[in-house]
Write a protein that binds this ligand. Structure first.
Ligand code: COA
Length: 261
């Protein structure tokens, strides 16, 4: 377990729970938090007992209220690019993570915090969640993949509106827009997050990893390349013990016991 100041990693059976804990600053992402987030995910990646990850923010007030504005205020043209790339790398590693990552979102989820949630595979929110990309109000743009991922998720028109106005919106609108799968009470957030993620982790881990890979790859490539990639992954899965187990279990009318190989 890495010894981190702002990020905690806990285990709940086959799930890892990664919590950003910098509550005095609404869990804002300074360089250290971003680096520690990368370390936490690297650690979880190598832990074979983990089949899914919940990413959340400590406390009631915020998932993450954005990148640390105190730190951003000192940027120049050179360091600005570096800040953006450092965040982009960690967020891309989360998006390409071979185990499903679910963002359990409560409270303020702004700027880099919203971008972080967008890099996760699944998102649910509590009713007190507030979303937004206020970067333009600070004279910058979302720099951790937000100008790309939001449009891919909810469509160009809505993404442009939200990015240019920088307006905050509530959890029910996030659900209508397709930003989150569901909205639950604050008390139920972690229970519901685990229940949703367990609908994934009960499935074959190699198949889940390949599904994540194929879907994100398709977004980046042409239809023909994506189809080609999909069939190559389909073929790889046909050689796994998990496929035999999944299909045998179905035919024997029992639950599958996947080993991840
Ligand atoms: N970066 C740095 N510090 C932040 C922060 C951020 N993104 N978001 C909140 N904080 C800090 C505040 O400065 C304050 O610190 P202080 O107690 O040392 O003054 C502390 O967190 C609590 O925030 P506060 O503003 O007092 O709480 P609030 O309930 O009145 O407002 C927010 C909450 C989230 C609406 C408000 O803090 C805010 O607008 N934050 C910035 C959001 C943003 O623009 N994010 C995008 C950055 S690119």
């Amino acid at each position: 377990m890495p010894d981190l100041q702002f990020v905690r990693v806990e285990h709940d059976e086959e799930l890892a729970i990664v919590t950003i804990d910098r509550q005095e600053k609404m869990n804002a992402l300074n360089a250290e938090v971003v680096a520690e987030l990368g370390e936490a995910f690297d650690f979880v990646r190598g832990d074979d007992s983990v089949r899914g990850v919940i990413l959340t923010g400590a406390g009631e007030k915020a998932f993450v209220a954005g990148a640390d504005i105190g730190e951003l205020a000192t940027m120049n043209a050179m360091t600005g690019v570096e800040v953006s790339r450092a965040g982009q790398k960690v967020f891309l590693d989360i998006e390409r993570f071979p185990k499903p990552v679910l963002a359990a979102i409560g409270g303020y989820t702004l700027g880099g915090g919203f971008e972080l949630a967008l890099a996760c595979h699944l998102r649910i929110a509590s009713a007190n969640a507030r979303f937004g990309l206020p970067e333009v109000s600070l004279g910058i743009i979302p720099g951790y993949g937000g100008t790309i991922r939001l449009a891919r998720l909810i469509g160009l028109g809505r993404a442009i509106e939200l990015t240019l106005t920088g307006e905050m919106f509530k959890a029910d609108r996030a659900e209508t827009l397709g930003v989150v799968s569901s909205v639950v009470s604050r008390e139920e957030l972690m229970t519901e997050a685990k229940a949703l993620l367990r609908k994934v982790t009960k499935n074959g881990p190699v198949a889940v990893a390949k599904a994540i890979e194929s879907i994100y790859r398709a977004v980046d490539t042409s239809m023909l390349e994506a189809l080609d990639y999909e069939s190559s992954q389909f073929g790889l899965l046909a050689a796994t013990e998990d496929m035999r187990e999944g299909m045998t279990a179905f035919l024997e009318k029992r639950a599958a016991d996947f080993k991840g190989v």
